[in-house]
Write a protein that binds this ligand. Structure first.
Ligand SMILES: Cc1cc2nc3c(=O)[nH]c(=O)nc-3n(C[C@H](O)[C@H](O)[C@H](O)COP(=O)(O)O)c2cc1C
Length: 274
């Protein structure tokens, strides 16, 4: 069929893409090569549209993977990808979330006003966190991945963990907990300093939720000063240890999880919390 003028002048189908890092909106058939505002690569762009709040459908799964990075497809995400792929290889059901794709408000800190005011479900029902609370209550294990940001976890992950206070406070208020006996594995990536401190900061939070840290449950990978932010991607993508360490953590989480510690410890733990 001959091409008509109508075909030629048909306007390009435009789609709106949003940079998950800085929220810059780009209109086009495909996302741009990079973000002109924050310089993130194309992979940080997601389809823009009316955002529905995250809802948990109630489906059962065993492991919740959280990529706590500002980047949905950066170095931390690469560790989360390895973990996710290995869980699927082992036929363990999982759900994975990149926090940068979600709306999570800071903790209102009702607890700091009055311990009894920090209730579960959380008083803030306006964002995606209630769905994460429900998934934390349902899952048997978590794998948490974070970049090192100034010798600590990312700001996004910190906000997420602050928002678990309403689950921790259940123990403090003498109510039934929802998380004791579950298993945690922790993945950290960065340049050179602060990996263990970051992992420990993350762990302290899960410890207060009654989680068990899997034996050999922390993997971190840092590359040292011979690489920089322009070349670290290549380092991580070609590094064999990041793969074997991450798969090791996932294996160890699976092994402990399959002991069914959550069911076996139910009602037997003394929640010593602050
Ligand atoms: C605000 C900020 C602070 C950082 N602080 C540290 C640090 O204290 N130690 C370190 O080893 N790397 C640090 N880094 C480097 C990141 O950990 C590193 O670039 C990491 O690979 C980023 O992961 P991502 O691609 O998931 O964002 C920092 C990066 C940023 C943006």
């Amino acid at each position: 069929m001959p091409i008509t003028q109508h075909d030629i002048s048909r306007p390009e189908k435009k789609t709106s893409w949003r940079c998950a890092v800085c929220h810059f909106i780009f209109e086009g058939e495909k996302p741009p090569k990079g973000c002109p505002v924050c310089h993130s690569p194309s992979s940080e762009f997601i389809l823009d549209g009316a955002r529905e709040p995250l809802r948990y459908d109630g489906g059962k799964f065993d492991v919740l993977i959280i990529n706590g990075s500002t980047h949905r497809a950066g170095n931390t995400s690469y560790m989360a990808d390895i973990a996710e792929a290995y869980l699927r290889e082992r036929e363990v059901s999982c759900r994975r979330f990149n926090l940068s794709e979600h709306a999570i408000d800071y903790c209102w800190c009702c607890y700091a006003v009055r311990a009894e005011s920090c209730t579960f479900p959380c008083r803030n029902k306006n964002d995606d966190m209630p769905a994460f609370h429900q998934m934390l209550a349902q899952t048997k294990a978590v794998i948490i991945a974070s970049p090192i940001n100034w010798n600590g976890m990312s700001g996004r992950l910190k906000v997420f963990l602050d928002r678990t206070t309403c689950m921790e406070n259940l123990f403090h208020l003498g109510k039934h907990g929802l998380t004791e006996g579950k298993v945690a594995g922790i993945l950290v990536c960065g340049h050179e300093d602060g990996a263990i401190k970051t992992a420990m900061d993350i762990w302290l939070n899960f410890q207060q939720l009654g989680f068990i840290l899997a034996p050999f449950g922390i993997a971190f990978r840092t590359h040292g000063s011979q690489f920089n932010s322009s070349t670290d991607r290549e380092f991580f993508r070609t590094d064999e240890l990041i793969v074997s360490h991450t798969r090791g953590i996932v294996n160890n989480v699976i092994e402990i999880m399959q002991l069914d510690t959550e069911a076996k410890l139910k009602g037997k733990l003394v929640p010593v919390t602050e």
